[in-house]
Ligand binder design. Sequence first.
Ligand code: FES
Ligand SMILES: [Fe+2]
Length: 378
Amino acid sequence: MRITVNGPASRLSQYAGIGARRESRQPPPWPERSALPVGDPRLGLRNRWSMLGTSAIVDREPVPVQAMGEDLVLWRDGEGKPHLMSDHCPHRGARLSIGDIVDGQLQCWYHHWRFDGDGQCTWVPSQGGACSLAENTRVATTYPVRELAGYLWGWIGEQPPAKLELPDEFTNPDWSTFPESVEWGANWMLALENLVDLMHAPFLHARSITLGGGATQDRALVNDHDDGFEVTRKNQAGVNFDWIDVHTGNLPYVRLDIPLPPSAGPGPPLRILGFLLPRDNDATLVHFPRFRAVSGRERQIWRTLYRLRLRGTHLHVLNQDKAMLESMRTVEEARRNEHLAQADRPVIHLRRALEPRFEAQRQWMAEQSLQSTEVSFD
Ligand code: FES
Ligand SMILES: [Fe+2]
């Protein structure tokens, strides 16, 4: 069992840093320790940009973030610049995310050692502050973070970060947007397979206002592009969830359109981008910022309707996906007796497209363990 407090919503608030946990100054319970070693592809693909959340998930206090099987702390320095590093003090191992920001640095609560944004220890008060012990001490792991378009983006990996280029929807003012994030208690690969699987919509979401329509029998088509592939249906377009654009490069994400009913106000279909942040082998944070290319009065109508009515409808649909994925949980459990249909062609394509990356990561893990063996015999 994973550790949760008052259900998944509360867990999300604690681990994403949304909420008022600091009032009690109690650490949130540790997430269940991953049984998999860091780097295992089941924990996510490393050396890529991940959306961590909106800029609002961290303010003046550090917050814990569980990502790809690692316990990390996200915090802002004196200039408001975000930093992401191991949630583990290199003095005696206390959790840095229950520390404080002092003089723009992260201070461990236990003995008040301080660390800068690079993870370098700068202050050991019991030895007078700045000293050679401080100079020789660092937080074990730090990861690059960028803040762009109202979101925080982390590069979780060992290689130098690639240039972060955001999809047009984040920068083009034609789009009106709302952030949205949900947590699914299932492996990230199952969440991604759910997204490329267009044919689940008229079944699982049969009773939804937006995704219930269209034919229930069709063929799935797949076409590669420079940064991934597109999935369409052979006999249907623009009726339901009939198209998805999958990006598998330095910033993995999906792009899809959902036709909206007249009750959603005038305007084109809803555009959704999807970013997955694997927590662990069996939990994934899914960011689904929503966009609609509307302006003027249409934009006002859309934003009002979205807040009052449409958001609830969308969350209801996402809960249907959540129920399915949480009934599957891990890749091994889901594939135990798998029988794929033609409509699963995008799922097969996705697995094949990612396999070289999985393999590269397995290689990296093998090299890491070789190195540590070598070190222990020195
Ligand atoms: S454990 Fe962090 S300062 Fe001692
Ligand atoms: Fe769905």
